[in-house]
Design a protein around this ligand. Structure first.
Ligand SMILES: Cc1ncc(COP(=O)(O)O)c(C=O)c1O
Length: 657
């Protein structure tokens, strides 16, 4: 990837006929193999057959794969012979699954809860998948080359029919009411006008306050101020008015309830300081989706032991002396959980994207990025040196249009073919709560011979019956996604991030990602926290804790979303997403909503411009498996109270069964 390799789009420096034909709208004779690896080697594709999205059955290691079946659906060129063979194989598979399922139900009827070891043996999981064996590891940290097989999970109580499953790409966004839009623009205009008046009064010596003087921001030597003009103005005159809604210090673990420390100002215009008061509140702001950040997390003892053995920090980067057996164990677990050949871990989720993406693509490459991607993705894309094109959020047609146009026109100025094309998307978008339309995007990337990178920061551990993320949720084989990225700060209650991909891609990244080579490795106790969380989610601890957590998170998220929709609020996001957004629109409501919630004992996160478009201020609720139904009911009563007071019930109350 550093020495730019060829993707399916490029062959020996010339644009491939297939890619050009696809871009021109013609069906490719056979799409670029999905498993063309990023370092320039080309492997035979092992992509299995995706039938319909949610019926997807991951292929077992014994299965033969005959390549890119989505592409075959687009261009069924190989005639009936292959299809007949495939049908036969599918029938055979279905029979095996039926037999295994019958065995399962017999076991369940006997009331047996499978032990962790039995799990490993041969039962299929509720979604009945196992993945192929990994290649022998080139690293040796005392790890066995054990078969990558997903353990069986205790039966899930998940019943998708209880909630309407919106097709992600088609989730309609509520429209901003006309008067709300008008008054929002007016309010911003007024705030900016007042801000400029105050700056003027300040300049002529009136209305001086400690933090509001633009003059003080110029250096004494008469050099230009380091702070940029508008940002500075925005911070002083708009953000400072409502800053009490952000940066709130906490005094405990980010569990479903937590201690919030209060602040106040000595006088107008001064900074907020801790005033010694604190309060226990219900936490709706932390990303503690599975409750592993709770004070009594089942991971606690192992983390304390790791702290005693390894200390807080390795004080070294991975490439030097920063690798413990825990780091190696976590990478193996990650790869196994995600169904990829290999994985590597980073000390920071943000750094995983901002230093991992430049390792994958560079000058002469093209990045096609969703318009709502997280700033860490934007940062990685910008520093890669690749050309960046943006497509409309979650809009598959827009993505296809960008892909076609880019392939037809080639690189800027020279019009040479792109060295490679990388599509960047997220599993769940953190400011929208929306899930990406993965099956459609996978079909597109295969059709046009592009690579796909999915950031699963919010979806790993949160989506899918077994918490394996957006691939499992949408029935896509993880091997069809070239790079899976995620963070440990959300569902795992730790810090750090991972990238999982083909083994040679990971080996390449280990040596070429600045975040891995030049930054200290992730703290060992944090690594142990993630290992223990994985073992619980994968039911290797011999308990049902993981199952209960996964089911509770989904039930809680859908219940909370449903009740807010029934109230008549404008709610963004998809069913099953633990991120629930309530639209406020108006800037005056941003801080007021947060303050009113706090008065009622709720800690919420409010978001406005510049993190969202000017008109689209919102509240972001993060739901956790640790929330009890009583806590949620009480919370919803408080929110209804605040919503009435703030006038944010913009929609008609909906009836949802
Ligand atoms: C989509 C996405 N990617 C990456 C990150 C960065 O992760 P971290 O907070 O673990 O650094 C975030 C943070 O919220 C995120 O939402």
């Amino acid at each position: 990837m550093g020495a730019e390799s060829k993707s399916g789009v490029v062959r020996n420096g010339k644009r491939s006929k297939k890619a050009t034909a696809a871009a021109n709208g013609a069906a490719p004779a056979r799409a670029t193999p999905a498993s063309t690896v990023m370092n320039g080697h080309t492997k035979k594709s092992t992509a299995p057959t995706p039938s319909t999205a949610n019926e997807y059955k991951w292929a077992s290691e014994d299965d033969e794969h005959d390549g890119n079946d989505v592409a075959e659906d687009i261009a069924p060129q190989d005639g009936g012979e292959k299809k007949k063979k495939k049908k036969k194989r599918n029938k055979k598979k279905a029979k095996v699954v039926e037999e295994e399922t019958a065995e399962d139900s017999e076991q369940e009827a006997d009331g047996e809860v499978p032990s962790a070891d039995e799990d490993e043996a041969d039962e299929p999981s509720p979604v009945s998948y196992s993945t192929s064996a990994p290649q022998p590891s080139s690293r040796s940290h005392g790890r066995s080359n054990k078969r990558v097989a997903h353990s069986t999970h205790p039966a899930s109580t998940y019943d998708p029919s209880r909630y309407p499953r919106a097709i992600p790409a088609s989730t309609p966004h509520p429209r901003v009411p006309f008067w709300t839009a008008l008054s929002t623009y007016f309010a911003y205009g007024l705030l900016i006008a007042i801000g400029h008046c105050r700056d003027f009064l300040n300049k002529i010596g009136l209305m001086r306050t400690p933090r509001s003087s633009p003059q003080k921001r110029t250096t004494k030597t008469g050099m230009a101020p380091l702070v940029s003009d508008f940002e500075d103005f925005y911070t002083r005159r708009l953000y400072h008015r409502i800053e009490s809604a952000w940066n709130r210090p906490i005094g405990s673990c980010p569990a479903s309830t937590m201690t919030l420390l209060h602040r106040s100002r000595a006088r107008y215009g001064e900074s907020l300081e801790l005033n010694g008061r604190s309060e226990n509140v219900i936490n709706l702001g932390s990303y503690n989706y599975l409750g592993f950040g709770d004070p009594n997390s089942p991971t606690k003892q192992a983390v304390i032991q790791a702290l005693e053995q390894f200390g807080v920090s390795t004080s070294s980067s991975r490439i030097h002396l920063g690798t413990t057996r825990l780091h190696a164990e976590l990478e193996d677990l990650c790869a196994e959980f995600l169904g990829k050949e290999a994985a590597m871990i980073f000390g920071m989720g943000f750094g995983t994207n901002s230093t991992g993406i430049p390792g994958l693509v560079g000058k002469g490459g093209l990045i096609i990025s969703d318009s709502m991607n997280h700033s860490s993705i934007a940062c990685g894309a910008r520093s890669s040196g690749a050309t960046i094109r943006v497509f409309k959020h979650n809009d598959v047609q827009s993505l296809e249009a960008v892909l076609r146009h880019a392939i037809i026109s080639g690189q800027p100025k020279s019009h040479r073919p792109w060295k490679k094309i990388l599509i960047l998307i997220e599993g769940i978008y953190s400011m929208e709560g929306e899930i990406c339309p993965l099956p459609q995007i996978v079909a597109l990337k295969k059709k046009y011979g592009a690579y796909l990178f999915v950031d699963e920061a919010h979806s790993i551990g949160a989506l899918g019956p077994n918490g394996r993320g957006v691939c499992e949720w949408s029935g896509v084989d993880p091997r069809d996604v070239d790079v899976l990225m995620g963070t440990f700060t959300k569902s795992f209650g730790a810090v750090g991030g991972y990238i999982a991909a083909d083994r040679d891609v990971i080996e390449y990244l280990r040596a070429n990602s600045a975040g891995s080579v030049y930054s200290a490795s992730i703290s060992p106790p944090a690594v142990q926290q993630v290992i223990s969380a994985f073992n619980i989610i994968m039911h290797r601890d011999g308990t049902r804790i993981g199952r209960t957590k996964l089911d509770s998170l989904r039930e809680n998220s859908n219940y909370f979303r449903k009740r807010l929709m029934e109230m008549g609020c404008h709610i963004l996001g998809d069913w099953d997403s633990p991120i629930v957004l309530l639209m406020l629109y108006h800037p005056a409501k941003i801080a007021a909503f947060s303050e009113e919630c706090l008065k009622r004992g709720l800690a919420v996160v409010v978001v406005g411009f510049p993190a969202t478009p000017l008109l689209l201020a919102r509240v972001r609720f993060c739901i956790s498996a640790g929330h009890t139904r009583e806590q949620l009911d009480w919370t919803l009563r408080q929110i209804e109270d605040v919503a009435d007071e703030m006038g944010v019930k913009y929609a008609k109350p909906q009836r949802i069964k």
